[in-house]
Design a protein around this ligand. Structure first.
Ligand code: UD1
Length: 339
């Protein structure tokens, strides 16, 4: 019988791509989202790509009573918990908004899983937990650094909530996936990233600049101690990232592994901001308006993943090339802007 997975935050960028890959892998999917930073088009995109009327419930995971109804209605045994706020700057300006939303929704997931006798939780963590790491690439054993934003702190705290809950309560299992920098869009261009307002992340800023929505991309710093002076990151294709979630669910459903596990989800390749911009221009045959600007507060110089554990233990690896991913990012922007 097909197993069912609840995808909280499933109307959003990573959640919608993951819903598509879960359906492709033979799972039933239920999407829950409060649409605070997404809209129904994410769900519609999932339905169009898969040809399945994936059920969607508009609910806030912080509203435990409303969230509980979903557990009554659907017999899922696994949850992928994406639903969270994710803007670093906003979290520094309004930390309580982040602590309340991100921690409460995580605690409600854990509590309801226990109350309703459900078992597997995948949590969306982030490479932000490594901060300015002492060793590169970072492995899952590389020590976490104190968070420099409330957002980053909620990722660390939610990892710890999951670890402790799984240790204490029989039958509960958890996997934390530490994402590096997710970019790109589904090859169909029917789902992708929809930032509200001015994009904070590099690739949406690039695509909006190419589309003429933004005048000029600012490259934050060209005087870092790297080869070309710009920061190094590990840009992971969104479809590859989505597939890592399927691998994590497969692993828990088959009962393999420890009760609580952590995996880096990246490519293992460090790419500079300049290299990313140049690649975007080349593969899409356009020239981007950009300038060098001062460093952005809070940026780390370099972080990229050691992916050996995910490759060997999870049996997953990143497959899409950066060229392909950056073509998909531009195709999505053109679709959104009707260009
Ligand atoms: C950021 C967050 C990280 C979060 C992730 C989610 C910070 C400090 N970190 O990662 O916690 O998990 O997003 O996706 O905000 N850049 C430019 N110009 C721009 C935008 C970015 O040069 O307009 C540069 C940045 O300086 C950085 C690189 O591009 O070197 C990537 O930036 P971004 O996409 O914001 O991701 P991170 O900062 O790595």
């Amino acid at each position: 019988m097909k197993k069912t997975v609840l995808v909280s935050g499933g109307a959003g960028y990573i959640g919608s791509h993951t819903a598509v890959e879960l359906v492709a892998a033979g799972y039933n999917v239920v999407i829950a989202d409060n649409l605070s930073n997404s809209d129904r088009s994410g769900v519609e995109g999932v339905r169009r790509i898969t040809g399945v009327e994936v059920p969607f419930v508009e609910v806030d995971c912080c509203d435990k009573a409303a969230f509980a109804k979903l557990f009554e209605q659907y017999a899922f045994d696994s949850v992928i918990h994406f639903a969270a706020f994710k803007a670093v700057g906003e979290s520094v300006a309004d930390p309580m908004k982040y602590y309340r939303n991100n921690l409460l929704s995580m605690m409600n997931v854990v509590d309801l899983m226990r109350e309703y006798g459900r078992h597997n939780i995948v949590f969306s963590s982030s490479a932000t937990v490594y901060g300015e790491a002492d060793e590169l690439p970072v492995t899952e054993r590389t020590p976490r650094k104190p968070a420099t934003s409330a957002y980053g702190n909620t990722k660390q705290m939610c990892e710890d909530i999951l670890r402790d809950a799984v240790a204490a309560y029989d039958g509960l299992r958890g996997i934390a996936l530490r994402y590096f920098n997710p970019i790109g869009a589904h090859p169909s261009a029917l789902i992708g990233e929809l930032p509200r307002g001015v994009p904070q992340n590099l690739v949406p800023y690039i695509t909006q600049t190419a589309a003429g929505v933004r005048e000029c991309l600012s490259i934050f710093g060209d005087d870092y101690p790297t080869e070309d002076g710009s920061c190094l990151r590990d840009y992971i294709d969104i479809v590859d990232l989505a597939k890592a979630h399927v691998a994590a669910i497969d692993r828990m459903v088959t009962g393999d592994g420890e009760n609580y596990e952590i995996f880096n989800v990246g490519t293992g390749r460090a790419v500079s901001v300049f290299e990313l911009v140049r690649t975007f221009e080349r593969v899409n045959d356009l020239s981007l308006n950009y300038k060098v600007a001062p460093r952005r507060a809070g940026d780390v110089v370099a972080v990229w993943a050691d992916t050996e554990r995910a490759n060997k233990v999870l049996g997953w690896r990143a497959e899409r090339s950066l060229d392909e991913t950056l073509r998909s990012a531009w195709a999505w922007e053109r679709y959104v802007r009707k260009l």
